[in-house]
Design a protein around this ligand. Structure first.
Ligand code: 13P
Length: 255
């Protein structure tokens, strides 16, 4: 396995943007722009309230719908939360787990990320696991250690067979929503650190087969250069995924 045989996945993370009506329109706008047989998979991770509209609007197209989070318990007294089975039965195929905004603002820890990863995989969802260092950690020179620790804790108890439903997104926190994109070298190196951690857990072959995305201020202008790197198998895109033409241009750059 190498870059050419790994799945390339371009995923949008809409975060807290778009009403259901806006979601429908955005997907209708995107559909004709990504029509045809491309060699990359396309995913839009949308707010929970938008899922029914998004699934309906994407039906019969290349666009798969994902959620932005999932709870780890199957059901019960967890006000405001959504289970993996609820997502599956709503037509969701992917889910983001461990996004840095969840870690920063909502008390997400490596341990709860691990629980969510396992719950989602066990329910048959495809997981986009996010890892990434904050600027202070990069400045301390411990990016490799941080990525390795986050990856290893998140994957504790995940079987090698389940890796086929796992994508890891390297998202340096300092590059998210800041317009300060990682250089292609930094993205390639970070993704390589993630792949090395996976190799330590499951062996080189499994790690080589894994799709590792880069995320953080990726846009239609810088995507081609980032995606050309050997360890960059796709992108997780925030701001630029909200505009159909920009997101479609990133898909074009990937294929
Ligand atoms: P931006 O593309 O807006 O920097 O967001 C990246 C991100 O957090 C994707 O999950």
């Amino acid at each position: 396995m190498n870059k050419r045989t790994r799945r390339t996945v371009i995923a949008g993370n809409w975060k807290m943007n778009m009403t259901p009506d806006q979601a429908k329109k955005a997907i209708e706008d995107l559909r004709p722009l990504v029509k045809g047989k491309g060699r990359c998979d396309i995913v839009l991770c949308v707010p929970a309230i938008d899922i029914p509209a998004a699934v309906k609007a994407a039906k019969g197209s290349r666009i798969k719908i994902g959620a932005e989070n999932v709870h780890f318990e199957p059901k019960g007294a967890y006000t405001g939360e959504i289970s993996a089975d609820m997502l599956v039965s709503s037509g969701v195929e992917y889910v983001i787990v461990g996004h840095s905004e969840r870690r920063q603002y909502f008390g997400e820890t490596d341990e709860t990320v691990n629980k969510r990863v396992k719950a989602a995989l066990n329910a048959g969802l495809k997981v986009i696991l996010c890892v990434g260092e904050v600027l202070a950690q990069r400045d301390l020179g411990i990016t490799k250690e941080v990525l390795s620790m986050q990856t290893k804790i998140a994957l504790s108890g995940v079987t090698e067979d389940q890796l086929k439903n796992l994508i890891i997104a390297y998202e340096p926190v300092w590059a998210i929503g800041t317009g300060r994109v990682a250089t292609p070298d930094q993205a390639d190196e970070g993704n390589g650190f993630v792949r090395a951690a996976v190799a330590e857990l499951y062996g080189k072959k499994a790690a080589e087969a894994l799709t590792v995305q880069y995320g953080g201020s990726m846009n239609e202008k810088n995507a081609a250069e980032l995606l050309a790197r050997v360890n960059v198998d796709g992108g997780l895109i925030g701001g630029a995924s909200l505009v159909a033409e920009k997101f479609a241009a990133i898909v074009d750059a990937a294929q």
